[in-house]
Design a protein around this ligand. Structure first.
Ligand code: MG
Length: 409
């Protein structure tokens, strides 16, 4: 199915094919797995089960960092599972969130009443915490500190949504910016990156905010259907008296204006993202950081002025994701990807959009920061003849590739 969606995009067919054959091993790997019999091996099994996109890139990190980042991810996944579980009584949840960092030092602590899909990380928390306590004390201090700050931040927004844009930034800081801060400190402690990477909290916070805001913008419909929302009232209140009303077809012009204003807000994090990425020195850290950022700019471009945000799920194609993942390996290529998607948004800015001047201004500013001779494009060959021939050839090769992989492993 992924192949069919990408069939008119030849570069994506190639990317999918390489991915299937394992030729993008420089950015993802399954080979670096700890022995599944050990507690650490069990943690990597949890990682595979709970992370949608990070498991492969975490595995490919330098060995000096890999376990610390894996355990950081699992600890935060456990914390987030508590936050998301609507079956936990509010008072109990507050105690759990505020004290979660202390559980890292309690050998027996676990939580067995969760109903969430990732409840395994809470039920078997002693496996995670015992591996956490084997990390260097410097790594432990960072993870514990971020866990404490995030737990307190989650309590603040437990039963309310961000109202002002300042609160939007604050909420995103708690749930994503802090992850950027913590990871950056781990990078510096490992010695793979300079001290500056861990010290500059402004740019590492922006790395998280850019991703989080993109997800919040994309997930409008899913969130309102779950009777929650994370779009800031300061923006949607200008266009509607109720968040849910934005999904009514008759309100589409206002809904798109609201959407475009939020995308424009998110684009303002790109200059910091560029500064942060340009500072990185280690290839595995670069890939790890770049992949989610290029997925985010591609997703934002897809969401901009797109009515489908209010009626379904807006996603980038699997082939597109794989291609971006394989491309985003150095600064020049990263600039080229940003330039491509920023230009695509710029071409689609409606002349009557209330914040079109701001959108043009931030895009022009970002483009001026992207110095590259490289180009990136999503070329579509939509000719029926070409598509039919490619589909036939690709299906044969793809299935052959799958069979080959099955034989080899
Ligand atoms: Mg959550």
């Amino acid at each position: 199915m992924d192949l069919v969606k990408s069939v008119v995009y030849p570069a994506e067919v190639v990317a999918l094919f390489k991915f299937k054959l394992g030729q993008c091993d420089s950015v993802t790997a399954k080979s670096q797995q700890a022995d599944a019999e050990t507690d650490l091996g069990t943690c990597y099994v949890f990682l595979d089960k709970t992370s949608r996109s990070f498991a492969a890139v975490i595995r490919k990190l330098d060995p000096k960092l890999r376990d610390a980042v894996c355990l950081f991810y699992l600890v935060l996944r456990a914390l987030d599972t508590v936050e998301d579980d609507m079956t936990i009584d509010k008072d109990e949840k507050i105690v759990l969130l505020q004290n979660f960092y202390k559980y890292l030092q309690q050998h027996q602590w676990k939580y067995e009443k969760s109903q969430e899909k990732d409840k395994q990380v809470l039920e078997q928390f002693p496996v995670i915490s015992s591996e956490f306590r084997k990390l260097s004390t410097e790594y432990q201090a960072v993870i514990s500190d971020i866990c404490q700050k995030m737990g307190n931040g989650m309590v603040k927004y437990l039963d309310r949504s961000p109202d002002s844009l300042d609160e939007w930034d604050e909420y995103c800081h708690y749930v994503a910016g802090l992850v950027g801060l913590g990871l950056s400190q781990l990078f510096s402690i490992s010695g793979l990156e300079s001290a500056k990477v861990g010290e500059d909290s402004t740019t590492s916070n922006s790395m998280g905010l850019f991703l989080q805001k993109t997800n919040i913008i994309r997930d409008y419909l899913e969130d309102v259907q779950d009777e929650r929302h994370f779009w800031p009232q300061q923006v949607w209140g200008k266009y509607s008296s109720e968040m849910l009303a934005l999904s009514e077809p008759s309100r589409l012009p206002d809904a798109l204006s609201c959407l475009n204003e939020l995308v424009t807000n998110a684009l303002h994090h790109i200059p910091d993202v560029i500064s942060y990425m340009a500072r990185l020195q280690d290839q595995t850290v670069f890939n790890f950081c770049a992949i989610p950022q290029v997925m985010a700019i591609a997703t934002l471009e897809r969401c901009y002025n797109n009515p489908h945000v209010f009626s379904g799920v807006v996603k980038i194609r699997k082939g597109e994701a794989v291609r971006l993942m394989m491309e985003a390996t150095n600064m020049k290529k990263l600039y080229a990807i940003f330039v491509y998607f920023l230009h695509q948004i710029k071409l689609r800015i409606p002349s009557e959009d209330p914040c079109q001047a701001r959108t043009h201004a931030i895009i022009d500013k970002c483009l001026s920061l992207c110095q590259t001779d490289n180009t990136f494009s999503v070329t579509s060959y939509a000719s029926t003849m070409y598509a039919s021939a490619t589909l036939l050839a690709a299906t044969v090769c793809y299935n052959y590739g799958t069979a080959l992989v099955d034989i080899l492993v």
